[in-house]
Ligand binder design. Structure first.
Ligand SMILES: [Fe+2]
Ligand SMILES: [Fe+2]
Length: 282
């Protein structure tokens, strides 16, 4: 059982929060915004699935972990909503985009069984240790060059994703007897993520002027976003992503990047995580 504390951090976003928060690496800036817009609908979908799963989890330790995991995810959704609301206040058309994403998750929730939702959660959450872990290993290229408040939001979320990296996997295994079912559902999971990603990219392009966005949201932004990190690190990330989908791969064994450890220590020592990049003037 992993201890998963609920951290309440005073993040603040407003109409001065720039849509493009990373002008030095605008593709990564858009990728971050993609995480923010996905956070609410995806986390709401996951929370609903985990609640339905609860009565079917026999092991009290896993039930307890599921609760703590859900509390962290609910907090992620809450804080990302503040970020997204600040962007919608500047570009109101983005509300339609968010609504369309939510509708897609609602339709998925209504049309598939609980086993599928748990597979979806476990598959996606398993990608986060390789993905966010690699990003966190290259803070200079991806975070340090961004708007401090927005960069600090992603830092917090990604650290907690690494912290609870095995929770969705454990819940899936506690409820669904077949490990292979999860692998079999992977194409459908990826198709859904891609569809929702396309709704969002079209929304960014339609509602945010290019002068603010800097790059085409529908373009090859994932490859571009990581062009500044070494090719070896990207290859390793892709390999780890593949392995993460293997039904017997336990995400708990994934490496924890040093910055995540430093972040957790700084938080425990009373540091202000919202000001990681901009310590308040004393
Ligand atoms: Fe999350
Ligand atoms: Fe998560």
């Amino acid at each position: 059982m992993t201890a998963l504390p609920l951290r309440r951090i005073a993040f603040e976003f407003d109409e001065r929060t720039p849509f493009q928060w990373n002008r030095r690496n605008p593709h990564f800036g858009l990728l971050g915004n993609t995480v923010s817009f996905f956070a609410q609908p995806f986390e709401r979908y996951m929370v609903a699935a985990m609640r339905e799963a609860r009565p079917r989890i026999a092991d009290p330790a896993i039930r307890e972990e599921a609760e703590a995991f859900l509390r962290q995810e609910a907090q992620h959704a809450r804080i990302h909503r503040l970020h997204v609301e600040a962007l919608i206040a500047q570009y109101p058309g983005l509300q339609q985009t968010l609504d369309a994403m939510q509708a897609s998750y609602d339709a998925l929730h209504a049309s598939q069984p609980l086993e599928f939702h748990l597979a979806y959660a476990a598959n996606i959450e398993a990608t986060f240790a390789p993905l966010f872990g690699t990003w966190l290993e290259h803070p200079a290229e991806l975070f340090d060059n961004g708007e401090p408040r927005v960069a600090a939001l992603f830092l917090w979320h990604f650290v907690e994703e690494i912290e609870h990296r095995a929770s969705a996997f454990r819940v899936y295994n506690a409820v669904v007897p077949s490990r292979l079912y999860r692998l079999r559902q992977l194409p459908r999971v990826m198709r859904h993520v891609r569809e929702v990603g396309e709704i969002l990219a079209a929304g960014f392009n339609a509602h945010v002027p290019l002068a603010e966005r800097l790059v085409d949201a529908g373009g090859p932004r994932v490859a571009e976003a990581f062009a500044s990190i070494p090719a070896r690190a990207r290859q390793r990330m892709n390999l780890r992503l593949l392995l993460s989908q293997w039904p017997y791969h336990d995400p708990e064994r994934e490496r924890v990047p040093p910055i995540a450890t430093r972040w957790l220590e700084a938080y425990d020592a009373g540091g202000d995580a919202a000001s990681w990049y901009a310590p308040p003037a004393s």
